[in-house]
Structure formats: structure tokens, C-alpha cells
Write a new protein. Structure first.
Ligand code: SF4
Ligand code: SF4
Length: 221
């Protein structure tokens, strides 16, 4: 993707992506491989709203994958012939619409992180809807406390980018990669969230993660 020529938008900008409630299409809930990653906010929403632990989600709806050495959860596509998200109901609608993951809210937008700021770009031709209208990005996302959410995403991006770079530079050190990944999963995903404010829980966990890295003498870029 040529990011240099990509038009970037802020969350107050209008973009032509409104597909009018998908109207019978569920294309981006099907056959998406491991691409719908789940960040801590997604897992907080899923676990506290569905009353399930992260481990129990791993039995069915969620799986783990490794990318650039980093272990991350993603929505599992179930079924061999017609792989689809386990949350897609028989009517082809999302059964967890109000708490759907950030990547599902975003589509067909992408996120661009630069100089500690977050902006958005449109993945041209990604959504199959024949005619789309203009909509404000913040309305499209429909996330409460968007400023806090974007602040969290920027922190999360910095941490995961730093870990990927560390793993790349230490690719021959399986033991340390495994130890860091286990702690990462434990801190951000396996330790249950309470229904209290997500952001304070996240920032506490972030401190814990950096303290753990410090204890190993690891300082992320
Ligand atoms: S969580 Fe909902 S919106 Fe996201 S892929 Fe699954 S069914 Fe689609
Ligand atoms: S491809 Fe577009 S219209 Fe189809 S489900 Fe995804 S967002 Fe909705």
C-alpha cells in the first residue's frame, strides 16, 4: 500500500463509506483468515458483556496467531467450506453488534500511526456495497469516549510495534521471545477485566508490562 499518496483523515472528517447497514451483505464477516485482531479493549468488551472468560472464548470464537513473533488473538473463522465468524448469526447479521471488535467497526477504513498521532484512510474497493454515502468517521466508528479510545490505540500500537522490533532483533532467542509473549498474553488478555473503566485497567497493565520488560533489561524503541 502506497501510504505516501494515501489521503489521511481525522475522526471529524467525512468519508464516503456508509454502506447503509450492509443490506444483506456479510462479506467482511466471512473468510477473513486471521485478520480480525483483537486488542485489549475488544477483549474487555467481549468478556465483560458476554460474561465469558478469555479462555472460554478461545474454545470457540477466538484463536491465537503469531505475527512477527508477537502472539495476538483474532476472531476465528469457523467452518471448512464457508468459513465465517462465529458471531455471525443465521440471518447474516452480527450477533454482538454493539460490542463488535474495533477492526469490524473500522472496515473499510485503515489506521495510520505517525508522530504519536492516529489518522484514518479508506481501503478503496474493500467494501462491496454498490452505493455509499458520506459519513463522519466518529459516527461510523460509534465508539464511546473516542479521545480516550484513540489514546489507548496509540499506546497499544507503540507497545506492539516496539515488541515486534525487539522480536525481529532477537529472532534467535526463542526463550526470551516466549517469556515476553507469555507475560504479554497474561497481562493484557488472560487476566480478567472487571466491568469498571477499561482505560484505567489498561494503563495499569501497561505499566506492569513495561516493568516486566525493564526487569529483563529490555527497552523498546
Ligand atoms: S464480530 Fe460481528 S462484525 Fe465482526 S466479523 Fe464477526 S459477525 Fe462480523
Ligand atoms: S463488505 Fe461492506 S456492505 Fe458488505 S458486510 Fe462488509 S461493510 Fe457491510
Amino acid at each position: 500500500m502506497d501510504m505516501q499518496n494515501m489521503k489521511l483523515y481525522g475522526n471529524n472528517d467525512m468519508v464516503k463509506i456508509d454502506c447503509h447497514d450492509c443490506k444483506g451483505c456479510s462479506s467482511c464477516c466471512r473468510d477473513m483468515g486471521e485478520s480480525i485482531w483483537l486488542d485489549p479493549y475488544d477483549v474487555y468488551n467481549l468478556t465483560t458483556s458476554l460474561g465469558k472468560t478469555f479462555e472460554s472464548l478461545l474454545q470457540k470464537e477466538v484463536e491465537l496467531h503469531v505475527e512477527d513473533g508477537l502472539v495476538l488473538p483474532n476472531i476465528r473463522m469457523a467452518g471448512e467450506e464457508d468459513p465465517k465468524c462465529s458471531f455471525l448469526n443465521e440471518d447474516g447479521r452480527c450477533s454482538i453488534h454493539t460490542i463488535r471488535p474495533g477492526f469490524c467497526r473500522l472496515f473499510p477504513l485503515g489506521r495510520n500511526y505517525e508522530d504519536g498521532k492516529l489518522s484514518y484512510f479508506v481501503l478503496e474497493d474493500a467494501c462491496l456495497a454498490p452505493s455509499k454515502s458520506k459519513i463522519k468517521i466518529n459516527k461510523w466508528l460509534g465508539v464511546p469516549r473516542l479521545k480516550d479510545y484513540e489514546g489507548f490505540l496509540i499506546e497499544w500500537h507503540a507497545l506492539t510495534k516496539g515488541l515486534r522490533a525487539f522480536y525481529e532483533a532477537n529472532a534467535d532467542n526463542d526463550a526470551v521471545i516466549k517469556a515476553v509473549n507469555m507475560q504479554f498474553l497474561q497481562i493484557f488478555y488472560l487476566t480478567p477485566y472487571t466491568a469498571d473503566d477499561f482505560y484505567s485497567q489498561f494503563y495499569e497493565r501497561k505499566e506492569k508490562m513495561y516493568a516486566f520488560l525493564d526487569s529483563l533489561g529490555i527497552h523498546l524503541q
